[in-house]
Design a protein around this ligand. Structure first.
Ligand code: NAP
Length: 269
């Protein structure tokens, strides 16, 4: 399969109003010459990004204001996107977490996380795969999961569960594709310095966070090269490779201790 070439193509990026999605959108325009469909809830942020990208590059940008915690609307929204633009690729990046003891996670917030991280992504992937299968054209879908899918993180238990779902779902689905020009990439970052990790509860973990620019760059390269799964960061890749030397339970326990220390320090403030 040839590499994806994003130049002058339309690419959908969800969660483009901040963090990894915003940075991938920027790099797709500046370094890859792509046209963009940017989706998130915060309209002003998307409008500002559109102005910046269109004034600094040749790329065109559409913005779509949508709430992925309402997945019954997303199929209609995606249908409109597909009918307006010749979609070449999609990066399903939007996601939310909860940091703290699982027993303290309000049910409403848990339900929202499931809607955003699992149901919306699954609905959109299903619809996008059907679109590319019918079109029989070159295309790519990248799903942003997390290293938490491989090494579940205590104190982000439900989040780790949602990211594990995405890894299993997409890994299995990628073997069902008939269109040989369509690839599914599952991106598995470790910690990234973004809004998601900006809270004080992550203070003790800052040393483990990668700069968002580097994560976005590696993610786009992996997507372009049609990698099935990809972990950004040499140390992250090394630790996942060497993990067979240690028991998974041990790694999860150590991660839990680090998170607990960070949360305890935060609650003492
Ligand atoms: N940060 C990390 O350490 C880390 C590590 C591994 C994986 N990831 C994954 O990377 C992805 C991006 O996260 P990030 O770190 O860039 O976090 P972020 O800065 O908080 O960005 C999250 C994005 O998702 C969008 N979003 C949240 N809820 C939404 C909703 N209901 N409807 C539509 N869009 C929504 C947000 O836009 P609006 O608020 O404007 O809607 C925002 O653009 C997530 O899937 C996350 O799980 C992050």
């Amino acid at each position: 399969m040839k590499n994806l070439n994003f130049k002058d193509k339309w690419i959908l990026v969800t969660g483009a109003s901040s963090g990894l999605g915003e940075e991938m959108a920027r790099q797709l325009a500046v370094q890859h010459g792509a046209n963009l469909i940017l989706l998130a809830r915060r309209k002003e942020r998307l409008e500002q990004l559109k102005i910046t990208i269109e004034s600094e590059t040749e790329s065109s940008v559409d913005i779509v204001v949508a709430d992925l915690s309402q997945p019954e609307q997303i199929e209609e929204i995606l249908e409109t996107i597909i009918s307006r633009r010749d979609l070449y690729a999609a990066i399903l990046n939007a996601g939310v977490t909860y940091l703290g003891k699982h027993l303290a996670l309000p049910k409403e917030q848990f339900n929202q996380m499931i809607q955003i991280n699992i149901i919306s992504v699954t609905y959109m992937t299903t619809q996008l795969v059907a679109y590319f299968e019918k079109k029989k054209s070159v295309g790519g879908i990248m799903i942003v999961s997390s290293m938490a899918a491989i090494f579940p993180t205590p104190f982000q238990a439900a989040y780790a569960g949602t990211k594990g779902f995405l890894l299993n779902f997409a890994s299995a689905l990628s073997q069902e594709l008939d269109n040989k020009e369509l690839s599914l990439t599952i991106f598995l970052p470790g910690g990234i310095a973004t809004e998601m990790t900006a809270g004080d509860g992550f203070n003790e973990l800052r040393g483990y966070l990668m700069p968002v620019q580097q994560v976005a760059k590696e993610g786009l390269l992996a997507f372009k090269k049609r990698k099935s799964t990809y972990i950004p960061g040499f140390l992250n890749r090394l630790s996942s490779k060497l993990s067979f030397l240690l028991r998974k339970e041990f790694i999860i326990k150590q991660t839990g201790k680090t998170y607990k220390k960070s949360l305890d320090r935060h609650s003492e403030l």
